[in-house]
Design a protein around this ligand. Structure first.
Ligand code: PSU
Ligand code: MN
Length: 308
């Protein structure tokens, strides 16, 4: 069954055979998070960054009813052109596979596929979390982090969310939140949310050591590594908050809900900040790809259990 639904790219296959360090990359950011053609450029740039730091990229998506782990540039082009183009989280795999459809995998979706393929490190921009206002909306990323043992490298949770509530849920579910060279939980576009992380690590080696202990104890959650966005393009939190509040008001007035909510809010914040938030988003994605590759190298080549 698994062999029928998963397709591994050649480079990923070879890396698995050799036990080389791998870094998973998500594709909801490509299909729903960024404007065309920056989305495809970004996907290529993230892969190049992972390679430049000694690891092999495994970009993950669902294309024509198959879960792809490792994609060619051609496949990525076909992905963004596919219609319908789904956003694929845990609940969305089976319907998409059954119908032969395509979509970008969210943080939750990418974690599932990465873990099945024995990949232990994953780079993204910002995780989903608890949304700020009613109606009730909590991202499937949070329960996935509770149950799937992958190191997720991010710049915190997206700033449009209720960050204190998101951190509380991560605590409830026992997910270590490791500040990378910081004591503060970053706020995606901003370097600090003013909220504390649960532990701090100074280096890729230290993150790898924490992961070995966590999983060695038999704990099965993810480890969230939060990296502040690069200084050069990070935005002051207060400046950003005005744009976020306006985007949230517009979403409410237009009754934008469910899966459409996060893509709408990110796009509106980008417009309202004159693309400054888009620049920050692109920079932090590349920065996270770098840190993830360094962690994958530090974690070493010992092969994880392979389900695929
Ligand atoms: N990070 C970005 N842009 C994005 C996302 C993350 O820089 O678009 C995506 C991730 O794939 C994440 C998803 O899993 O947004 C969260 O969506 P929701 O809030 O509907 O769960
Ligand atoms: Mn949601």
């Amino acid at each position: 069954m698994l062999a029928r639904v998963y397709t591994l790219g050649d480079e990923v296959s070879r890396a698995r055979q050799m036990g080389a360090p791998l870094v998973a990359l998500e594709t909801t950011v490509v299909t729903h998070g960024l404007p065309h053609p920056r989305n495809l450029e970004l996907a290529a740039d993230m892969e190049a960054t992972v390679r430049a730091h000694g690891a092999v990229p495994a970009t993950i998506a669902v294309l024509d009813g198959k879960i792809r782990v490792g994609m060619t540039a051609e496949e990525l082009k076909n992905l963004v052109a596919a219609r319908p183009l789904r956003k694929i989280s845990r609940r969305d795999f089976a319907p998409a596979l059954a119908r032969g459809e395509s979509g970008g995998t969210t943080v939750a979706g990418t974690m599932i596929a990465a873990h099945a393929a024995g990949i232990r490190v994953f780079a993204t921009g910002g995780i989903g979390g608890v949304h700020r206002f009613p109606p009730y909306d909590v991202s499937a990323d949070l329960p996935e982090l509770a149950h799937t043992p992958v190191i997720v490298v991010c710049a915190g949770a997206k700033a449009i969310l209720d960050l204190p509530a998101t951190l509380e849920m991560l605590e409830t579910w026992g997910v270590p939140v490791i500040g990378y060279q910081t004591d503060d939980f970053p706020a995606f576009y901003s370097r600090s949310s003013g909220l504390p992380v649960s532990a701090r690590a100074e280096s890729p080696a230290e993150v790898a050591e924490i992961a070995r202990f966590h999983w060695g104890l038999g704990l099965e959650s993810a480890i969230l590594v939060t990296v502040p966005p690069p200084q050069a393009s990070a935005l002051p939190a207060d400046e950003l908050e005005t744009a976020i509040q306006q985007a949230l008001r517009e979403a409410e007035a237009q009754k934008i809900r469910g899966q459409a909510s996060t893509p709408f809010l990110l796009a509106r914040v980008s417009e309202l900040t004159g693309q400054a938030s888009l620049r920050a988003n692109l920079d932090l994605l590349l920065n996270n790809a770098r840190v993830a590759a360094q962690i994958a190298v530090a974690l070493g080549g010992s092969k994880a259990k392979l389900l695929v």
